[in-house]
Design a protein around this ligand. Structure first.
Ligand code: HEC
Length: 490
């Protein structure tokens, strides 16, 4: 829906014409650029510095541009950033900023010729990509920054077309592959039950299950590390005026129904389809948090690392793409959500994209990078920004740079014997070493760590591992000790 913002500008008030447009989104990138304008014009670094605002203790910079319609983000175990560009059918890899100049050290097109690639996740050596009508995967080596072999389509026949064509996927802590599929319309009864829903699959694409329904367009979802609960953003319907309905953050439970198209917000009957649906509406889960109407929450990520300022640990960062269906623009920022004893509190995290009705960018996804940094994608400017601790290590120096320099900025090396103690205390062996009493259990070998990581990247991996590996909730020094131990042993 919100993706139509620029279209709306083009076709002004012609609702009928607008509603036809999504089917024709197969424009190639240059045509789309001409049609929608500004899609690839990133702001100057200086504009970013003067206009964008972050909370005290943080800083923001333009990290990369020339990424037309940049959408979802994924940080690889070695600290590179994957960016999906669905309008140009490709996925770009931005190499980790090891030299600390505030820019990726290099970039390459990792995959091309995909069908509107959007959500991505990494697991067991595979890169999974949600296409408009399928889930694709390809073998990916994060150290060599290369894919290998053919692209496999492990799920086909996902309903496509209609309003909401972007598909998001992510592995849950339970090892299932979750995918959200938005509704085909603003408000209607869907024919395919997988629309306006979250479905899940086994990693090989089998065992499709309808996990949660009544979600108009849950573009972003993530699991809260403290509790394992799944939270998803959802975009409320349009054409009910400026201040209705709220956009939502829902706590998703298996089999849960979230109201659309019969109700919105706190189970308020929808004026078009709510009449006579009282029973259904009574079963709907109301949101845990309401965003302002038409703010269009998209990507969400929980802060897992401990390098971010303490205020953000355990919080969730959510991109608000911004309104199109509103007389005065609203949203266009990244907010942080804080779980407090009295409920969820929403605070500004990255603002300034909207200034006196002038739009400079539209945030889409947020991802946590190494060293307490966060990346934010922007599909309006075709850019990625980086928010990082002020005066802190924005750079993620490579092992070589660190050992050679030995200067005051060099982080301390980990202590393998302390690491061994932690390895035992945190019961890592439970998943990583064969147990005498469970001979058939799946064991994830750590034999390849030395070939795949250095101490720094391994410590970073432990801060934000690939699910279902749990994040190592330890101070950075502890993760370094663990990394040093693993590298000495393997
Ligand atoms: C609940 C099971 C579980 C526990 C407990 C666990 N891990 Fe893991 N770990 C995994 C899984 C699963 C993977 C593979 C993730 C993936 O798909 O890449 C993994 C991956 C890893 C990797 C990356 C290996 C590679 O080659 O990419 C490292 C390193 C690692 N774990 C270290 C640890 C350490 C250290 C601990 C203890 C603090 C730990 N793990 C605890 C399940 C677990």
């Amino acid at each position: 829906m919100r993706i139509l913002a620029l279209v709306t500008v083009v076709c002004v008030a012609a609702w009928a014409a607008c509603s036809l447009l999504p089917e024709r989104f197969a424009f190639n990138a240059p045509v789309a650029h001409l049609l929608f304008g500004s899609g690839t014009e990133a702001p100057a670094a200086e504009t970013v510095r003067t206009r964008l605002r972050v909370p005290e203790g943080l800083d923001v910079e333009l990290y990369a541009d020339d990424l037309p319609f940049a959408r979802m983000l994924r940080v690889t175990p070695t600290g590179d950033l994957l960016v999906s560009l669905p309008r140009s059918d490709r996925i770009e890899l931005l190499e980790r900023d090891a030299d600390g100049d505030g820019r990726p050290d290099g970039r390459r097109t990792l995959l091309e010729g995909l069908d509107r690639p959007h959500g991505m996740d990494l697991r067991d050596g595979w890169l999974y990509v949600a296409e408009a009508g399928a889930i694709a995967r390809v073998q990916f080596d994060p150290t060599l920054r290369e894919t290998r072999g053919e692209i496999e389509r492990v799920v086909q026949g996902i309903p496509r077309g209609g309003n909401h064509w972007t598909r998001t996927l992510r592995f849950g802590p339970d090892g299932w592959l979750y995918a959200s599929i938005g509704s085909s319309c603003n408000v209607c009864i869907e024919e395919d039950p997988r629309r306006a829903a979250i479905v899940r699959y086994r990693p090989d694409g089998s065992s499709e299950q309808l996990y949660a329904t009544g979600l108009r367009n849950a573009v972003g979802f993530d699991w809260r590390p403290d509790t394992g609960e799944l939270f998803a953003t959802d975009n409320g319907r349009d054409l009910l005026g400026d201040d209705l309905p709220p956009c939502e953050l829902n706590r998703i439970v298996e089999g849960g129904f979230y109201g659309w198209p019969y109700a919105y917000g706190d189970n308020v009957p929808d004026p078009d389809l709510g009449a006579g649906e009282e029973d259904r509406i009574a079963r709907a889960h109301p949101p845990d948090h309401g965003f302002r109407a038409h703010n269009a929450p998209l990507g969400i990520t929980f802060v897992r690392g401990d390098r971010a300022p303490a205020a953000f640990r355990g919080a969730a960062l959510v991109s608000l793409h911004g309104s199109w269906n509103r007389t005065q623009k609203d949203g266009y920022k990244v907010v942080s959500l804080h779980w407090t004893p009295t409920g969820i509190e929403e605070r500004d995290f990255l603002t300034g994209f909207l200034l006196d009705e002038d739009v400079m960018g539209r945030p889409v996804d947020v991802a946590e990078g190494p060293e307490g940094s966060f990346y934010v994608s922007d599909d309006y400017a075709g850019a990625v920004y980086r928010v990082f601790p002020e005066g802190g290590a924005r750079a993620t120096p490579s092992t070589a740079a660190r050992t050679n320099a030995g200067g005051p900025a060099a982080p301390a090396l980990g202590d393998p014997s302390r690491g061994e103690t932690l390895y035992e205390a945190l019961a890592c062996a439970g998943c990583h070493e064969p147990a005498a009493d469970a001979p058939g259990a799946v064991v994830i070998s750590l034999d390849a760590v030395a070939a795949r990581y250095d101490e720094q990247t391994l410590a970073a991996f432990l801060a934000a591992p690939t699910p279902p590996m749990p994040a190592v909730e330890q101070p950075e020094a502890g993760r370094r000790d663990l990394a040093a131990y693993l590298l000495s042993k393997h």
